[in-house]
Ligand binder design. Sequence first.
Ligand code: SAM
Length: 257
Amino acid sequence: MAVRFDVITLFPDLFAPFQAVGVNRRAFESRAVDVHLWPLRDHAEGVYRRVDDRPFGGGPGMVMLVEPLVRALQAIRAAQQAAGGERLPVIMFSPAGRPLTQSRVQALAQSPGAVLLCGRYEGVDQRFIDAYVDEEVSMGDYVLSGGELPALTLMDAVARLQPGVLHDAASHEQDSFSDGLLDCPHYSRPEVLTLPEGQEMGVPSVLMSGHHAQIARWRREQQLAITARRRPELIEAARARGELSKQDEHFLSNLQL
Ligand code: SAM
């Protein structure tokens, strides 16, 4: 089943380069992720096609106007209905939203999709948010110029979970967060690396042993160690979900943090 994203944006040109390369290209070309761009200015009225105005109460910056957004959303609803699809929830990007997590991405990857609203300027008139936005999503505690990079981030994360998009289907199962922990380190050729400064760097010998069970255990322990040192709250969450084995707990109890 394809995941459909209807993206409301003032800068549709920002999306093309990301849809043209790598994993995203495969996902978008195969329509596993079906992206429809809705340039907001197409839904503005008047000679100047205004999409923003000064804030009531004064202050710096501009606010995105409700009416063009409502018209864009109506057009999206009509297109979704014409395509025989269901009414998709509206996700708006905002620093005030809930931080995006891999579990939310996984849920979206298995859903019919969403309308993605990319804010600009000081943000969106609150009345549109109150009337139409189902969920606010944040990319973290910092401020971007617009919601386009968040929309691309979300679609990228969803795209790589679609069947057939990654060359190796197991690859995203090993990614950070997919099992609630951070990823382990990875190594490739050469087996012994000589830096320009003359220093030699090898790889952990277990990875060259060909012993699959030992390699799997080493990777698991690396994941546990990195997660315990950098994101201890993820260890607590995994423990609360009952996802740590006796062997994991034994390793953690001997780990120097
Ligand atoms: N005045 C807003 C504030 O202080 O929260 C910032 C507006 S920002 C310049 C313009 C738009 O970029 C926002 O409406 C939102 O869509 C997007 N944006 C900026 N930072 C973001 C973040 N951390 N997460 C998600 N979206 C963000």
